[in-house]
Design a protein around this ligand. Structure first.
Ligand SMILES: [Fe+2]
Ligand SMILES: [Fe+2]
Length: 215
């Protein structure tokens, strides 16, 4: 089932992202150069090309085409623009990786920006988007969504990422606030008004009001 796969993928992506912060804090003279390239491969091929792409071409497409949810605004548009923003943050990371000692601070900054964006994104999907889309798809008769097998280069990138996560244990106390729900999403109130205003239909509001009146 696609949703279960996507959930499981978040766990490994999250762990490798934490490991990347550890790696980026090492001065360039002591960093294993090949590991930087392996991190990039993991984020590009596994996180982006395999994971984000299946969200967009299968899950978000089903929300739009089969559950009638807007894709040009609200949570789906926010997730899609996050994907694009993370791809460009990764370009900065790549530039930082190639600059030697002069680039140490630059790599740390670009890695932190990328990893924090990724973590916020995963929190939003895990706590709001995924749980909310399942019943909405089910109501529209969608019980299963197709997935696709992982390609061999994506699998290599995944294996490389797992090895990196073992080699560079993530910081014990990440210096970023993480949490569940729309309130914790950087897009809330900026480009997205939150799940209720963006996704609820008339009867969901009616039901909510009934519940409030009954209470
Ligand atoms: Fe995503
Ligand atoms: Fe995701």
């Amino acid at each position: 089932m696609l949703m279960d796969e996507l959930h499981a993928e978040h766990e490994v992506i999250e762990r490798v992202a934490g490991a990347f912060l550890t790696y980026a804090a090492i001065p360039s003279a002591q960093r294993r150069a090949g590991d930087g390239a392996a991190f990039l491969r993991f984020f590009r091929l596994y996180a982006s090309h395999f994971h984000h792409a299946r969200e967009e071409d299968t899950l978000f497409a089903a929300l739009r085409d089969r559950a009638g949810l807007p894709a040009d605004r609200g949570p789906v548009a926010t997730m899609v623009s996050d994907h694009a923003r993370m791809a460009s943050l990764l370009d900065h990371v790549e530039a930082g990786l190639g600059t030697g000692a002069d680039g140490d601070a630059r790599l740390r900054e670009s890695a932190t920006a990328y990893v924090h964006a990724l973590w916020h994104h995963i929190d939003a999907e895990n706590s709001v988007l995924f749980p909310e889309c399942e019943p909405r798809l089910r109501r529209n008769g969608v019980r299963e969504l197709p997935s696709r097998p992982i390609a061999s280069d994506e699998r290599d990138a995944l294996e490389g990422g797992r090895a990196l996560a073992d080699r560079y244990p993530p910081p014990a106390k990440p210096d970023v606030m993480r949490g569940d729900g729309c309130i914790m999403c950087p897009a809330f109130g900026v480009t997205c008004r939150g799940l209720e205003l963006e996704w609820w239909n008339e009867w969901e509001w009616d039901e909510f009001e009934d519940r409030m009146n009954a209470g």
